[in-house]
Design a protein around this ligand. Structure first.
Ligand code: SF4
Length: 381
């Protein structure tokens, strides 16, 4: 079985040529897939019945993510989706919306690239689930298409995609890159490359590989510590990669793409939020040309606490005075476990979500995700 959403436009051209179809058939199919978001081959009514029948008999399908659960934050701006893939695998996606004066909201989809995650970051709910499997590119697309379908029903559309959901995107490299190419191809989803951000826990070899892909997607690296000792405690799979290695990798990525790299820094009460830690972080990053995104951690089963507002602002002030460009992440969706480090699909989380469902009104839209975002667990990677 092959999902048509897996095929890059040149591959669709090739398929139609193989089937003896005129070239415009590929454009017809691509237009339908990325503008009409059909849920089955039968819905491709612009194709002759004989071609639809041939595609089905050759094992082509239109995979779709089926929605198991939807929870929307009280302000209606963050929606967490529990989605089931064709084989029953459950993953979470998050839609984060940012109202814009006089126009449609910025609508960012936070996608998962793995079911679970093998990286084991100690503050992350996904990391506590363990690793289940990699997602295919078409399963990443299915998350975006699902939200696009939701948004279209109310006259809106997906404006940004962040690879910050469950899993480490660069540990699923080939499928992540295929998904990005499907999203940015003008004959595909057609999203601007600068509207996509990939978040990584810091796989240096993969960052260098990404820099050579001739893409201009944003890159966020989860740093979380100014020194190797603390980082090893928070990201046990960091291995021999030092914080200096990450700063060097960010520099190489910038030189190759001209895209400024963001370092994600999880602020954990009593662990990584002291003034002294801020000074050491400033010393590490001063002059690197990077940006730091400070993320006060969300409550997860890991038992870590969020620093007080005062400590967060103090940390930010020390970094700024130390010559480092930084911002504090605007919190979205924490009450529905859709914020950084809170995405997970196991039974414990389901129980929590069930309770949330009883108190969180579902928005009248239909229209996706991140237990994440600001999202995502990955955002706290
Ligand atoms: S923060 Fe990201 S890389 Fe770390 S365990 Fe969670 S999902 Fe995996």
């Amino acid at each position: 079985m092959t999902d048509l959403y897996r095929l890059l436009p040149p591959e669709m051209d090739e398929l139609m040529a193989t089937l003896g179809q005129p070239r415009y058939r590929a454009d017809q199919i691509l237009h339908a897939l990325y503008r009409e978001f059909p849920e089955s081959l039968d819905a491709l009514r612009q194709l002759p019945l004989a071609l639809r029948t041939k595609l089905a008999s050759d094992g082509y399908v239109l995979g779709a993510a089926s929605e198991v659960r939807r929870v929307t934050s009280d302000d209606g701006n963050t929606t967490k989706l529990l989605l089931r893939m064709a084989d029953g695998t459950l993953i979470e996606s998050v839609l984060m919306q940012y109202p814009e004066a006089g126009g449609h909201p910025r609508s960012t989809v936070c996608v998962s690239t793995q079911a679970g995650c093998a990286m084991g970051c100690v503050f992350c709910a996904t990391g506590q689930m363990g690793f289940e499997r990699n997602l295919k590119a078409e399963e990443v697309l299915a998350q975006v298409i699902h939200v696009a379908r939701m948004l279209r029903a109310r006259g809106e559309h997906v404006t940004n995609v962040v690879f910050m959901g469950m899993g480490e995107p660069l540990a699923n490299y080939a499928e992540t890159i295929r998904a990005v190419r499907l999203l940015v191809d003008p004959r595909g989803f057609g999203l601007g490359q600068r509207h996509i951000t990939i978040s990584t826990v810091g796989l240096v070899h993969a960052i260098d590989r990404l820099a050579g892909e001739d893409l201009q997607v944003g890159l966020a690296i989860s740093l979380h510590a100014p020194d190797d000792e603390l980082r090893q405690r928070l990201v046990p799979t960091a291995g021999p990669t030092s914080v200096g290695d990450l700063v060097s990798a960010a520099r190489r990525y910038f030189l190759a793409t001209r895209r400024r790299v963001t370092f994600e820094y999880a602020l954990i009460d009593g662990v990584s939020d002291s003034v002294e830690t801020a000074r050491r972080l400033a010393g590490l990053l001063r002059g690197s040309g990077t940006h730091v995104n400070l993320i006060p951690v969300n409550p997860t089963a890991g038992g870590f606490g969020r620093p007080s507002r005062h400590r967060v602002l103090e940390f930010e002030r020390v970094l700024r005075e130390g010559g480092v460009n930084c911002t504090v992440r605007v919190e979205k969706g924490s009450e529905i476990s859709a914020a950084c480090g809170q995405l997970r699909t196991d039974e414990a989380n389901d129980a929590i979500t069930e309770m949330e469902l009883m108190r969180v009104p579902v928005a009248p839209m239909r229209g996706r995700r991140q237990s994440l975002p600001s999202p995502i667990p990955s955002q706290t990677r």
